[in-house]
Design a protein around this ligand. Structure first.
Ligand code: ATP
Length: 229
């Protein structure tokens, strides 16, 4: 484990898990992680870039680039950590496998899987989705401009497991669904990629050092460009 893989102290507070493509990481991700760390009193938030996401087109940047940008973006923030376990794994990245390995690494910390409401709505299409609740809580995020029609089984879980009490995330290791509405920031990686592909500037939507790195390369210049690695 790298330095920030280990918790800063002996905290038994919940660990936030923010999985995503991070193609590239931007201020929407970073502010969301900070708001959650503060409001939910999390020990840390782990940013976990997908290897090969099973549910969407493959990223434009390589795994190495996406991980490096996260590392740069969070370097000075002890409550945020890069977790590259999905990049190290071969084959498709299934969240249930990621949670199982996190549970083995952090047996005493509640785990909070952070996901958009739109993503949760389609949860029953995920591999072994019911097991997710054995390993982690789910923190549902409201995101500007995205609406959701729930699969019936997802709606049933929501009905059964929802809690409005943040303490429930601290007093149980897994199994609770908690709604969280962060201060809205309408930033997405796809918009950043589109701006770059069309020759426009995405400045101020993401950290300057990451934008400089992108602009020094050919990444995202064409809307269909593929990662080479
Ligand atoms: P894309 O536009 O390529 O789909 P994205 O910006 O949505 O990418 P992901 O890497 O897919 O980024 O996101 C990882 C997680 O962060 C997801 O749970 C996503 O809902 C959340 N997220 C991303 N941007 C924001 C934002 N602006 N506000 C709140 N949550 C966000």
């Amino acid at each position: 484990m790298s330095a920030k893989q280990v918790l800063m102290n002996d905290s038994k507070a919940p660990i936030g898990i923010l999985g995503g493509t991070f193609d590239p990481v931007h201020h929407g991700h970073l502010r969301l992680a900070m708001e959650l760390a503060t409001d939910l009193k999390l020990a840390q938030v782990r940013l976990i870039p997908n290897g090969r996401p099973p549910h969407r087109e493959q990223p434009g940047a390589t795994p190495g680039q996406r991980a490096k940008w996260i590392r740069v973006a969070i370097a000075d923030e002890p409550r945020l950590a890069l977790d590259d376990r999905e990049l190290m794994r071969k084959g498709a990245s299934y969240t249930v496998d990621t949670l199982a390995s996190l549970r083995a690494d952090f047996p005493d910390n509640p785990l909070c899987l952070i996901m958009g409401r739109d993503v949760f709505a389609k949860l029953p299409s995920w591999h072994e989705w019911r097991q997710l609740f054995d390993y982690a809580h789910i923190v549902l995020i409201e995101r500007p401009g995205l609406s959701a029609t729930y699969a019936p089984e997802a709606a049933a879980e929501l009905e059964q497991r929802s809690s409005e009490n943040v303490d429930d995330l601290h007093h149980n290791l897994a199994g609770v669904i908690y709604n969280y509405a962060p201060p809205p920031l309408a930033i997405s990686a796809s918009r950043i990629r589109q701006l770059i592909a069309s020759g426009a500037s995405p400045r101020y939507l993401l950290p300057a050092a990451i934008l400089d790195d992108i602009m020094d390369s050919e990444i995202y210049r064409s809307p269909t460009s593929e990662a080479k690695e």
